[in-house]
Design a protein around this ligand. Structure first.
Ligand SMILES: [Zn+2]
Length: 157
């Protein structure tokens, strides 16, 4: 994208989100040359598609991500705004990196990555719902790195 100020073609995207009921993507950009910021709106012909395991597709939806995160964060010390912010960050990440299609698995993995950073209990809840573990051992492998510090703490007592 050419910078409207200095006309150099060297910009970066800071934040992307779906606006106008899914009809446009707003991207906040900054120029690496003159360091100024500008915003672009992309009209989408078809909204980003999420391909599910069974091969069917549906429109990408931040609301759906937010519902999943909210369920995982149930009864955790989470402000509703924090969940919204997390969903917005995940949406931005997906829009920055995928153009036409993303798999539900990639969306799920990304949600797990972000959740893991902020709340490990919520992460495990989310993981247990979204990831179909191939066997019990896979589930234990997933949990072990999380539970380790607590085991060590108990031994000290
Ligand atoms: Zn510029």
């Amino acid at each position: 994208m050419r910078c409207p100020y200095c006309y150099s073609d060297n910009d970066g995207v800071r934040d992307s989100r779906i606006v106008e009921d899914g009809k446009a993507i707003r991207r906040r950009r900054f120029c690496n040359q003159c360091r100024r910021r500008f915003t672009t709106y992309e009209r989408v012909e078809g909204l980003l598609q999420v391909r599910k395991r069974d091969g069917t597709c549906q429109d990408f939806s931040r609301a759906k991500i937010e519902r999943g995160l909210r369920a995982a964060c149930w009864k955790r010390t989470f402000e509703p705004e924090a969940v919204e912010k997390l969903a917005a960050e995940i949406e931005s990440h997906i829009l920055d990196n995928y153009e036409k299609e993303v798999t539900s698995e990639e969306v799920g993995n990304l949600c797990m990555e972000y959740l893991r950073e902020v709340d490990q209990v919520a992460f495990v809840r989310f993981a247990s719902v979204y990831r179909s573990f191939s066997d019990a051992q896979a589930f234990v492998d997933e949990l072990t790195p999380i539970l380790k510090p607590k085991v060590k703490a108990k031994k000290k007592k």
